[in-house]
Design a protein around this ligand. Sequence first.
Ligand code: DGY
Length: 425
Amino acid sequence: MTASAAKDIIARAVEVLKENDHGDYTIPTKGLYPFQWNWDSCLTALGLAHYDEARAWTEIETLFAHQWPDGMVPHIVFHVWNDGYFPGPEVWRTGRPTATSGITQPAVAGFAVRRLFDRARDRKLAAERACKLLPKIDAWHRWFYENRDPNGEGLVAIIHPWESGRDNSIDWDQAFDRVPTEGVEPYIRRDILHADPAHRPTQAQYDRYLWLVQHFRGLGWDNALLHDASPFQIVDPGFNAILIRAAADLADLAEALGDTGIAKANRARAEKSIAAMERLWSEAHGQYLCLDRLTGKLVDSASVGGVLPAFAAIPQARAAAIAATVERLAGKARHIVPSHDPDDPRFDAKRYWRGPVWLVVNYMIADGLLTAGHAEVARRITRSSLDLITESGFAEYYDSLTGEPLGGGRFTWTAAMVIEFLRGM
Ligand code: DGY
């Protein structure tokens, strides 16, 4: 791509970010997602920093202003009233001063803050803002291991598919059979007013998402109870890898800022968890797999959740095997990295996390593979991501076989990731 073409795409990406900017937080896209989402915001901050560093810090600070007293950072902050989204605050009923959901999302903040800090042109501003976020992010990491790793295994579980961000992944299908649907209050979905139902989770999945929300609400959103009380407890390798990377990044940041206590705690968390990840490795698939904590078995499902651990400092041999897996996937799908292996009969190129390509995971996988010395595969992922933008615009996700844009349009984190991919071009 020429420098002027790159400049043009960056300008278009900035337009998308500005359109979705609500002053001190950014919504993922108009209509479908009208509030602040946790990991969307943290990754979006990287794009914002391209043209306004102070605004980028604010994005993450706004999210952390709604951290729960126990340390959890909720997956949605409902800053304003909007009936275009379901389930809204009246379903969650978490009792927070500003309404929030009651579950969390991938802990990407530690990574994002370190990256903002490392690249900051305004060093003084960066040091001030990072210092204030440091203990908050540390408290969130502590929360994860205290509440989602009750036996101290070094691996945390998600208790709702929305926590992973990969809402309808094939990874959850079996475990979801255990989630009942009796007693789900009548509801009307809003997502399918904004996006094609064929690209979204199914009604049966929604019933189970809602059952879990009602179940947790019935337990007063007490995080000391929720993990053990959930019929859905999955150790997702991608989710854990993001937490591990964030802990390692937070440790580096804390060292740079002179907080040895936070540095030590996060270094220890990252090291213990990297070792524990070995339990999730599948030689047959050349990637990690989810672990169903309630059955104690690995889930035979080759999703991008098991490729994503390239983002953390996994052993070299594992990173090499993942690089080879991505190359194999490139032989099966026109666009990489598909959210599921196309050879699996359950693969669906259009349905949300069951096959489409998502630029956020591409960004994290490419970043990790580059660091691990697999520059050519990382470049391939970047090229594929940029092809999608040129062909199909800033969509929420893309058909991995045809490149068709899917889900919501003019999507914030897609735009932010494109700016990241094009940095320096
Ligand atoms: C949704 O509503 O589709 C979200 O992914 C939940 O966070």
